[in-house]
Design a protein around this ligand. Structure first.
Ligand code: SF4
Ligand code: SF4
Length: 371
């Protein structure tokens, strides 16, 4: 295993962290396959992993319980444990203690090394600030229940910057980053910004929820023609090549994936990609993008729609479904949105779109695929 740096701390995290959000499951309704999941966590630790990440809602609340069982005894001392406050469920100040104490109980520990405010966006950030989250967190740090405070993030770069600048005692943050999402949400700009401010940066979704592990034939051919490395190797290697990245989290679902990731992590290094490697990744990315049906940039100029149709979100889901073939997940996401059938054909959105997208036509196509 390779070890890296973690912002201002002495701690050296393993390049690979274990993300406990896609554990193996059994039965219907699916429950975590405990025996397999515990074996995977133990194997990861034996292979040098020293950072385990979970969260309150993962596996409908069962992930923290499983991680607690897996880390019982000697394993707890060998790792840093990260979990997250479910910030969207916090309504008043008493909720902070309520959730943290519950999590300590589920995880069978008396302290969380790295505690994150989960999935911050503008709205949650404002709500937590209103409830003085930092004075609460500093008390929890003092009484030893929390080691260090950080946040995970899902919103635009400007909001990310505001959050990084909004508290001067952050130890770390967690952002989505992979070679297809360089400019998505915090993106590479956010990585550099947080790192310059002294925050450690943990990367999630390095394989874009597993999608980059199984690329379409045309993308696979590009990687295959470049040598023996697998698509997973290319994708993880790209993340690790950024020296500002402290570690990446992989949500592993089988022992084979653990072994594969451990082997790739052993070869990982900052600045390891050559000019030729970067060209190959660029080519693969361009190939993916050539499958993108709607050239939407997510600028939101078309909003608000009088029928509250979330146009950029629908295009994001539609593009994702076509580019990565994840139709099942895309349909589930689409179902949660306000329906395209409510469109009035007022064409207000089309007049505002700088990309000249025929929005109503494309929404109809999205609906045909996803409804
Ligand atoms: S055309 Fe449809 S989607 Fe566009 S603004 Fe009007 S109602 Fe909304
Ligand atoms: S204005 Fe056009 S490019 Fe911008 S989010 Fe709307 S559809 Fe996408």
């Amino acid at each position: 295993m390779k070890y890296r740096s973690f912002g201002k701390l002495e701690y050296q995290p393993s390049a690979l962290g274990f993300g406990a959000m896609r554990l193996p499951v059994l039965g219907d309704p699916p429950r975590i396959d405990e025996e397999k999941a515990i074996k995977m966590i133990h194997r990861s630790i034996e292979g040098g992993v020293n950072y385990i990440d979970t969260a309150f809602p993962y596996h409908k609340g069962e992930s923290e319980i499983l991680v607690g069982k897996a880390l019982k005894g000697q394993y707890r001392k060998r790792v840093k444990l990260a979990t997250k406050l479910p910030s969207w469920l916090v309504e008043d100040k008493a909720d902070f203690d309520k959730f943290l104490n519950k999590q300590l109980e589920k995880l069978q520990t008396d302290h969380i090394d790295f505690y994150l405010l989960h999935s911050l966006d503008k709205e949650k950030w404002q709500n937590l600030n209103r409830l003085s989250v930092f004075s609460w967190a500093e008390k929890a740090e003092k009484d030893g229940r929390i080691g260090h405070l950080g946040f995970s993030f899902h919103d635009q770069y400007e909001v990310f910057k505001e959050i990084v600048d909004g508290y001067d005692k952050w130890t770390f943050c967690q952002i989505q980053l992979n070679y297809m999402d360089e400019d998505f949400q915090a993106g590479k700009r956010g990585l550099k910004y947080a790192s310059q401010k002294g925050l450690a940066v943990v990367v999630m979704e390095p394989l874009k929820g597993g999608r980059l592990a199984n690329p379409p034939e045309a993308v696979k051919n590009i990687f295959e023609s470049a040598g023996k490395k697998t698509p997973v190797d290319w994708a993880l290697g790209w993340v690790w090549s950024h020296p500002e990245v402290s570690l990446l989290l992989s949500g592993m679902s089988s022992l084979d994936q653990v072994e594969e990731n451990l082997a790739i992590a052993d070869r990982s290094a900052a600045n390891s990609l050559t000019e030729r490697d970067l060209k190959i990744i660029k080519k693969a990315k361009e190939k993916y993008l050539s499958f993108k049906p709607v050239p939407c940039t997510g600028c939101e100029y078309c909003l608000p729609c009088p029928q509250a149709i979330n146009i950029p979100k629908i295009f994001e889901i539609y593009n994702d479904a076509v580019m990565y073939g994840n139709l099942k997940q895309a349909k589930e996401q689409y179902q949660r949105l306000n329906g395209v059938e409510n469109c009035l054909k007022c064409f207000r959105c089309e007049k505002l779109c700088p990309q000249g997208i025929k929005i109503t036509e494309q929404l109809k196509k999205a609906q045909e695929l996803l409804a």
